[in-house]
Design a protein around this ligand. Structure first.
Ligand code: G6P
Length: 609
C-alpha cells in the first residue's frame, strides 16, 4: 500500500528517496513519484506509473537533484493508476504526498473549485494540497498552514509537505496512517515505515495520532492534536537490513517460507520452560489481566483472521473459554453486545491495518476487559494502542502473501491459549505435553520445509487449472482457508475452502475430473469422517491431493495423489500443515509466471479502509 519517504540533508537526497521507495515496494503499489527542491528552492516533480525503476529512469535522464525531497509509492484508491494521479501533487509553491483516504474530499473539491483551483487528477489527495495552499498566506508558516488544514480534513492521512517559500522545512502530519521521523546528524528524514530509512538511520520518532511536525536539518518540533508542543521519545531500532535482501533465494516469499524453523524458534524463545509456558513472559500486565478473562473476541483481517480462527479451537478446547472470531471490517460496523470479562484480541502482522485498528479504537468504549494484540511490528499503532502485546518474532516480512508471519502468529496464539488454559484448569500433565510438542516445533518445521521438491512436483498438476477446492475439518478448516487464500493471492487461480462436511451442501456440484481438491488430513479424531467426505469427491471423478501423515493410512492411486508429511503431534498440525500449502502456491505461481512477491492489486500493509 502507499509509501512515503522524505529527506532533508546537506547532500543530494535523490538516492536516499529512491532507495527508501525500493524498500517499500514490497507493500504493493502501482505508481511512484518524487518532488525535489534544489539550491534555488524550485520544486521539481517527477512521476511515473509503474515501478520505482521507471521513476528512476526518468530521474536519471534529466539528472534532477535536491537537498530536500519527498517521495511516494501509490496504491490506487481514488482514480486509476496513472502519471497524473501519482503523487506528489502540487498547488503553486506547495507540494505533498499523502497516505490514507480523505473522506470529505468531494465537498472540499467543490469548495476549492469555487475559489478557482483547477484539479489535474482524480485523487482525494489533490484536494489536500490545494487546501493547504488556500490556507497559506504571508506570515503564516508552512507547518501552521498544514495544521489549519488538518482541522478541516476528515478521514485518514499521513502527509509530507514541502514549500518553495520555506526550502529548509518538511512539514508532516498523521492521523490514522503511520508516519515516523528518522533522526540523523545534521539531516533528518520521514517515512511511513522505518524500514524505508534503515540505510540512513536507526533512530526514530513515532508520531502519534493528530501530531503535526516541523522537520529541519538541525531539529524537529512536534505538536500534538491540541496544538501543544510535545517531546516524543527517540527509539533505536536495529535489524531491518537483512530483511531487504533475498540472499540465495529467488523470491522473498520463498526465503520467508524457509525461515520458518528459525522464526518459530525465536517466537518461542524465553517463553517456555521444559514443561510449562512462562506466563510472566507475556508481560507483567498479562498476569493481572488473564485471570479475569471469561470470554475472548478475536479481530483480524486476511491471513491473520485465519490464525484467529485456529486459536478459537485451542481456546475452547484447552481453556474452556468461549471465543468469537470476526473480520475487522465487519465487526467495526456491527452493533455489538460485549459481555463482562471479554478480552479483545487483535492479530496483525503489520500492526497498521486500518480496519483492525478502527475496531480496537471503537472497542475502547464498549466495555471490553482489556485489549491485547498479537503483532509482528514493535511500535506499530496496534502495539502502542493495546494494553497487552505479544510479539511474533518473524522479522520483517516482505512477500505480500503472508507466510512466516502467519505461522509465528499461530505459535504466539498457542502460548496465549495455554497460558489462559492454565488459569482455567488445564492439568500440568496436559500442559507439559503441549509444551513438549512446542519444543519439537522448529525441527519439525525444518522437516516440513524439506517437502519442497515433492510439492514442486505435485504443483505441475495445477499449472493449467483455473479452480481449486481446499478441504479440512475442525482446526484444519482454517488451514484449508489459508491454503486457498495463498493460491488465489499469488497464482490467481480461483480457490475456495470448505469444511469437508459441508461438501455435500453445495460445492460437490462443482466437482468433476477437472477440479483439483486439496485435502489437509492429519491423523486426528476427524480422520475417518474426512475419509468418507473424500469418497464423495472420488465418486464424482474429482482429483484428490491429500497432505497426510503416514499413520493416516492414505495411499496414492488413480485420481488420488498423497503427499506424505512427517508424523507430528496433533497440537502442532495446523502450524506444520500450512508449510506444504505455502510451498504449493509458491510453485504453482512460478509455473504461472506471476509476480510472486508483489501480486497484482494487493498490498502488504492495508492502511486504508
Ligand atoms: C493484507 C496482506 C495480508 C494480510 C492482511 C491483514 O491483505 O496482504 O497478507 O493478511 O492484509 O494484515 P495484517 O497486517 O493486519 O495482518
Amino acid at each position: 500500500m502507499c509509501g512515503i519517504v522524505g529527506a532533508l540533508a546537506q547532500r543530494n537526497v535523490t538516492g536516499i528517496l529512491l532507495e527508501g521507495l525500493r524498500r517499500l515496494e514490497y507493500r504493493g503499489y502501482d505508481s511512484a513519484g518524487v518532488c525535489l527542491s534544489g539550491s534555488n528552492g524550485q520544486l521539481q516533480l517527477r512521476k511515473s506509473q509503474g515501478k520505482v525503476a521507471d521513476l528512476e529512469a526518468k530521474l536519471s535522464s534529466d539528472s534532477a537533484e535536491g537537498y530536500v525531497g519527498i517521495a511516494h509509492t501509490r496504491w490506487a484508491t481514488h482514480g486509476v493508476p496513472s502519471d497524473e494521479n501519482a503523487h506528489p501533487h502540487q498547488s503553486g509553491h506547495i507540494a505533498l504526498v499523502h497516505n490514507g483516504i480523505i473522506e470529505n474530499h468531494q465537498e472540499l473539491r467543490t469548495e476549492l473549485e469555487g475559489k478557482g483551483y483547477r484539479f489535474e487528477s482524480d485523487t482525494d489527495t489533490e484536494v489536500v494540497v490545494h487546501l493547504i495552499h488556500s490556507l497559506s498566506h504571508k506570515g503564516r508558516s508552512l507547518v501552521d498552514s498544514v495544521t489549519e488544514a488538518t482541522r478541516i480534513l476528515e478521514g485518514a492521512y499521513a502527509l509530507a509537505v514541502v514549500s518553495q517559500d520555506e526550502p529548509d522545512v518538511l512539514a508532516c502530519a498523521r492521523l490514522g496512517s503511520p508516519l515516523v521521523l528518522g533522526v540523523g546528524i545534521e539531516e533528518n528524514f520521514i517515512a511511513s515505515d522505518p524500514m524505508a530509512l534503515s540505510q540512513v538511520t536507526d533512530r526514530f520518532i513515532f508520531l502519534e495520532e493528530g501530531d503535526v511536525a516541523e522537520v529541519r536539518r538541525n531539529g524537529i518540533s512536534v505538536r500534538d492534536h491540541k496544538g501543544e508542543e510535545v517531546s516524543r521519545p527517540v527509539h533505536k531500532l536495529t535489524g531491518g537490513h537483512e530483511a531487504t535482501d533475498k540472499g540465495r533465494y529467488r523470491h522473498f516469499m520463498q526465503k520467508e517460507i524457509f525461515e520458518q524453523p528459525k522464526v518459530v524458534a525465536a517466537t518461542l524463545a524465553g517463553r517456555i520452560a521444559e514443561r510449562s509456558v512462562l506466563t510472566q513472559a507475556l508481560g507483567a500486565r498479562a498476569q493481572e489481566i488473564l485471570p479475569k478473562v471469561e470470554q475472548v473476541q478475536i479481530v483480524a483481517c486476511g491471513t491473520s483472521y485465519h490464525a484467529g480462527m485456529v486459536a478459537r479451537y485451542w481456546l475452547e478446547d484447552w481453556a474452556g473459554i468461549p471465543c468469537s472470531v470476526e473480520v475487522a471490517s465487519e465487526l467495526r460496523y456491527r452493533k455489538k453486545v460485549v459481555r463482562p470479562g471479554t478480552l479483545f484480541v487483535s492479530i496483525s502482522q503489520s500492526g497498521e491495518t486500518a480496519d483492525t485498528l478502527a475496531a480496537l479504537r471503537q472497542g475502547k468504549d464498549l466495555g471490553y476487559l482489556a485489549s491485547m494484540t498479537i503483532c509482528n511490528v514493535p511500535n506499530s499503532s496496534l502495539v502502542r494502542e493495546s494494553e497487552l502485546s505479544l510479539m511474533t518474532e518473524a522479522g520483517p516480512e516482505i512477500g505480500v502473501a503472508s507466510t512466516k508471519a502467519f505461522t509465528t502468529q499461530l505459535v504466539a496464539l498457542q502460548l496465549f491459549c495455554i497460558a489462559l488454559a492454565k488459569i482455567n484448569g488445564l492439568s500440568a500433565e496436559r500442559e507439559a505435553e503441549l509444551v513438549s510438542a512446542l519444543h519439537q516445533l522448529p525441527q519439525l518445521m525444518e522437516m516440513f520445509t524439506g517437502l519442497d521438491s515433492v510439492v514442486k512436483h505435485t504443483s505441475e498438476a495445477f499449472a493449467e487449472k483455473n479452480h481449486a477446492l481446499f478441504l479440512g475439518r475442525g482446526v484444519e478448516f482454517p488451514i484449508a482457508l489459508e491454503g486457498a487464500l495463498k493460491l488465489k493471492e499469488i497464482s490467481y487461480i480461483h480457490a475456495e475452502a470448505y469444511p469437508a462436511g459441508e461438501l455435500k451442501h453445495g460445492p460437490l456440484a462443482l466437482v468433476d475430473s477437472d477440479m483439483p481438491v486439496i485435502v489437509v488430513a492429519p491423523n486426528d479424531e476427524l480422520l475417518e469422517k474426512l475419509k468418507s467426505n473424500l469418497q464423495e469427491v472420488r465418486a464424482r471423478g474429482g482429483q484428490l491431493f491429500v497432505f497426510a501423515s503416514p499413520r493416516a493410512g492414505f495411499a496414492s492411486e488413480e485420481g488420488v495423489t498423497v503427499v506424505e508429511v512427517p508424523d507430528s503431534p496433533e497440537s502442532l498440525a495446523p502450524i506444520l500443515y500450512t508449510v506444504p500449502l505455502q510451498l504449493l502456491s509458491y510453485h504453482v505461481a512460478l509455473l504461472k509466471g506471476t509476480d510472486v512477491d508483489q501480486p497484482r492489486n494487493l498490498a502488504k500493509s492495508v492502511t486504508v479502509e
